[in-house]
Design a protein around this ligand. Structure first.
Ligand SMILES: N[C@H](CCC[C@H](N)C(=O)O)C(=O)O
Length: 277
């Protein structure tokens, strides 16, 4: 079948975005993996499927699939920014602030006048059962065995699971070695995104993320949210933080327990295309 798509990126985290509102779409895992394949398909970190909502308070439903394995996941921060630009630019809505139903709750992205996008990502969750993370109790950080060493990680859910550690310098952090080990760590039954955070100041961090089902990406929006929340809970960061990723900069704010995380950053349309699947 011929499939029209839009290629987009948020800080180099790239997406194939599909309009499931104007057309009914049901793609198999094989077709999703083909879309995500950078040699035999279009190539992207994630596929974003825009649909009509089931939730009465939502304007749209937003489904996310990791490009490398075609697995459906709960949340995507950079994707949420691209999503609102997509539905606005395609005339699927006239609103600049929309309510979006995701697998783990409602998020509220807003197109700003300056072209950036701010997303209320909802409140982070720390209860191990909600991450999911196998642990006796909730804690700011947990020591887990990774290869030959013990690593202090903060386990956080932004709808999707994150394990964040603090490193001296992200440039020489063991992302390639420890990323896959943490992703598949037995204490994370649904796998996990592995964050490596360098504290530059109380209002600035550098971050690399080895993403579940995608490998290291140039930026991870939910990873930036999870890192800032972890840093604040560890007493290392103030409530608004500039997050420097390899793909560019995000602004993340969190006012504390029970409060939503706000993320602001760019969303760019790269090209429109058509592929035979
Ligand atoms: N790999 C993630 C999904 C994409 C998240 C990331 N691209 C973002 O911007 O939040 C997971 O399996 O939970």
């Amino acid at each position: 079948m011929k499939l029209r798509f839009t290629k987009m990126q948020g800080l180099g985290n790239d997406f194939v975005v599909l309009d499931g509102v104007s057309q009914a779409l049901a793609l198999s895992p094989i077709q999703l993996r083909q879309l995500g394949d950078r040699h035999f398909g279009v190539g992207c970190d994630q596929i974003l499927l825009v649909e009509n909502p089931h939730h009465p308070d939502a304007d749209f439903r937003y489904r996310i699939f990791n490009g490398a394995d075609g697995g459906e996941v709960e949340q995507c921060g950079n994707g949420a920014r691209c999503f609102v630009r997509f539905v606005h630019d395609r005339g699927l809505t006239g609103k600049r602030t929309i309510r979006v139903e995701t697998a783990r709750g409602l998020i509220t992205p807003r197109l700003e006048d300056n072209g950036l996008v701010t997303v209320d990502m909802g409140a982070p969750r720390f209860n191990p059962a909600e991450i999911p993370f196998i642990a006796e109790h909730e804690a700011v950080s947990h020591s887990i065995k990774v290869a030959a060493r013990m690593v202090e990680i903060s386990a956080v859910s932004m709808g999707n699971p994150h394990a964040v550690q603090v490193v001296e310098n992200v440039d020489n952090a063991p992302v390639a070695l420890e990323g896959p080990i943490i992703e598949h760590h037995p204490l994370f039954p649904e796998r996990v995104n592995a964050g490596f955070m360098q504290i530059a100041s109380r209002s600035e961090i550098r971050l690399r993320v080895y993403e579940r089902g995608a490998g290291e990406t140039l930026a991870c929006g939910t990873g930036a949210c999870a890192a800032v929340v972890s840093g604040i809970r560890r007493g290392l960061l103030d409530s608004t933080v500039r997050v420097h990723t390899r793909g560019g900069e995000l602004s993340i704010s969190w006012a504390g327990e029970g409060q939503p995380v706000l993320m602001t950053g760019p969303a760019v349309t790269v090209f429109e295309g058509e592929i035979e699947l």
